[in-house]
Design a protein around this ligand. Structure first.
Ligand SMILES: *Cc1c(COP(=O)(O)O)cnc(C)c1O
Length: 385
């Protein structure tokens, strides 16, 4: 296989950048032409690889990137990404000079923040800002027209500050019942209407809203989960107007294969007992890789067959019951397809009783990421540094 030689361990994730590009293009086709695509690449691009996804998304038509923290924006700059980057979360006002120097756009989420930022910002610098309105998410953001007006004034009277955008975030855009969504949207419109001048970029939609609510796009959308090929929720999955392609797959190779006699045990606690003569394989992946102990019993694909994880998952290894004897070195697919069988991120999320967002995020940095580009597996881990 092509992936050998990049690292010294038989476990890796494969991120299909062709799928990321197809997803961005598909979503863009569904949007009016004057709506900007902001690619959300926080949390190492939901575990997929920040700069690799950022470059693919920008090539496919995204015009801006969004991250949660300033550190994530700085990491992208270090890797040579020059596109505009918006920090969605709270940054410390003490750190505004770094943002200004690196051309990073910060979020204003309270007027006191602006006061402190203005005190520390160097005389001849220029800082671009988006105001965040809390219309009902209850996380961060300005909550009254009065506060919005004074924030707007504080920005306009300071030559060093540029009001580039304004936004809000929906709490229920991924649900079919749109009553709370409608209230948030109305409140956002009311707040916008109270401003002296509307900033150039106005945005409210995450993936779910961008795909499901044509009335909330304004002139930009912030797309995360759908770009990675995943539905924002199981509830709206059947209703999505765009076909999405999962980009993240996870693989390992059997490093040891053996026959167990009836009654022989497997793993810590010796809780698994072979019910008859069986073939067992060992995989070099465990809970320190994010393949957590709750995944005991989950199946993986070996030789195109579903093979359950037996016994407790260890920190670095786990064992699977094989359909029959297979050679050491055989690939086991933990997320992805083999032949006609396929294990989706949604299947893993359902086993873990969580949402699909969490799954690629918790696959730890110990698992190397390889990239599929123009149909070929490539190592992009060093080329961008
Ligand atoms: C994470 C995030 C997004 C992206 O949401 P998806 O559901 O992944 O599209 C958009 N906006 C904000 C403020 C976020 O925190």
């Amino acid at each position: 296989m092509e992936e050998q030689g990049f690292f010294y361990r038989d476990t890796w994730a494969e991120v299909d950048l062709d799928h990321i590009r197809t997803n961005v293009e598909g979503i863009k086709e569904h949007l009016p032409e004057d709506v900007e695509f902001i690619a959300v690449v926080k949390a190492n691009a939901y575990g997929h690889g920040d700069s690799q996804v950022a470059e693919a998304a920008l090539e496919a038509g995204a015009s801006m990137l969004a991250v949660a923290f300033m550190d994530e924006a700085l990491a992208l700059r270090k890797k040579g990404i020059a596109a505009p980057i918006l920090v969605l979360g709270a940054s410390r006002p003490e750190d505004v000079n770094i943002a200004a120097e690196e051309g990073i756009i910060l979020t204003v989420f309270q007027k006191e923040w602006l006061g402190k930022a203005r005190e520390v910002l160097k005389a001849d610098s220029s800082l671009s800002l988006h105001i965040k309105i809390d219309t009902g998410m209850g996380r961060i953001g300005i909550r009254s027209i009065e506060e919005l007006k004074s924030a707007e004034k504080l920005i306009h009277e300071d030559e060093r500050l540029q009001l580039h955008g304004i936004y809000t975030h929906f709490a229920t855009a991924d649900e079919l019942d749109d009553s709370y969504f409608t209230k948030q949207l109305a409140l956002f419109r009311e707040m916008l209407g109270a401003m002296e001048t509307q900033p150039p970029v106005v945005h409210s939609s995450n993936s779910a809203a961008a795909l499901m609510h044509t009335d909330a796009r304004f002139n930009a959308v912030r797309v995360g989960i759908a770009m990675y090929g995943l539905a924002p929720s199981m509830e709206i999955a059947p209703e999505l107007p765009v076909e999405l392609h999962e980009a993240f797959t996870l693989h390992s190779r059997l490093v040891h294969v053996k026959k167990l006699e009836k009654g022989e045990k497997v793993s810590y606690g010796a809780t698994y007992e072979a019910p008859e003569e069986i073939w067992v394989g060992t995989l070099p992946i465990g809970y320190a890789d994010g393949w957590i102990r709750r995944l005991q019993g989950q199946e993986v694909l070996v030789d195109g067959k579903r093979s359950p994880i037996i016994g407790r998952i260890c920190m670095d290894q786990c064992m699977v019951k094989l359909p029959y004897e297979v050679p050491v070195g055989t690939i086991a697919t933990l997320i992805g397809s083999q032949g006609k069988e396929s294990i989706s991120i949604n299947e893993i999320a359902s086993k873990l009783e969580t949402i699909n967002y969490e799954v690629p995020c918790i696959i730890s940095s110990r698992v190397p990421r390889l990239y599929r580009q123009n149909g070929k597996v490539v190592d992009l881990n060093n080329s961008l540094l």
